[in-house]
Design a binder for this molecule. Sequence first.
Ligand code: FMN
Length: 273
Amino acid sequence: MKKYNIKAVFFSPTGNTEKIVTKIAEEIAASFDDEIETINFTLPEARRTRWVFDVNTIVVFGLPVYAGRIPNKTLPAVKENFAGNGAFAIPVVTFGNRSYDDALSELRDLLEANDFRTIAGAAVVGRHPFSDVLASGRPDADDIDRLKGFSQDICYKLGKYNMHRQIEVKGVSPAKEYYCPKGVNGEATNFLKAKPKTNKVKCTKCKICARVCPMGSIDSTDVSLVSGVCIKCHACVLSCPVNAKYFDDPAFLSHVAMLDSEYVRRVESDFFV
Ligand SMILES: Cc1cc2nc3c(=O)[nH]c(=O)nc-3n(C[C@H](O)[C@H](O)[C@H](O)COP(=O)(O)O)c2cc1C
């Protein structure tokens, strides 16, 4: 008999969050002999839909960490588009080796406010899109094993579930201010206005960058034009088949150099059940 509907819900410009949320949801579904349904709200058109869940649903809900919080441009969708109606939720944030700061507590609080019952939470390490060395190759085989163990713990907890208490996670509630990026000299730096550049010699005008931009900001008639907001997610940079997209903003590059020198050590994920 079908016990729960299992949903994998995520915003994932460069794929880590999709991979991690999908793995957790699939492992939970497997224990109920069931399949998952996916709601990917990375692209603007997917954020025009509103989803209403129910008490027979388990939602694994994932977002990447940006500046120690959940990406502020996803806040309207997270707040408005998902009604829990008593559904179970597992908030998941993915982060690239620096820290997840208050992102997990923030997501937990937002889901609880939308009438979800948070029963577990995770902050999982994923390759940082700014760099080749930060959390390179993550999630790896060890991470995947730990995701399986986490999913089994959730199923065990569901069997014993009787009264709702929101999951306790690391991080302050309400979440503190956003992390302020630093440059190599240790001083605060600001690259909010930075946008990707296009190497016009390499660019083949395939338009993949325009299609994957979560803000819909890259002009599809001339992909070197970024007419809207850029969240620095790097979806365009990493998806370009000929490496024609790049950032050359000096403040941004200084921040990346600082991360590459201070945050290369291995960091483990955190799981809360
Ligand atoms: C704009 C931006 C800000 C980020 N800020 C942080 C951060 O504060 N701490 C951290 O450890 N990782 C940070 N990261 C790394 C991402 O959280 C991490 O790589 C995440 O898994 C990317 O998810 P995705 O592949 O689903 O897009 C940041 C990445 C981007 C693009």
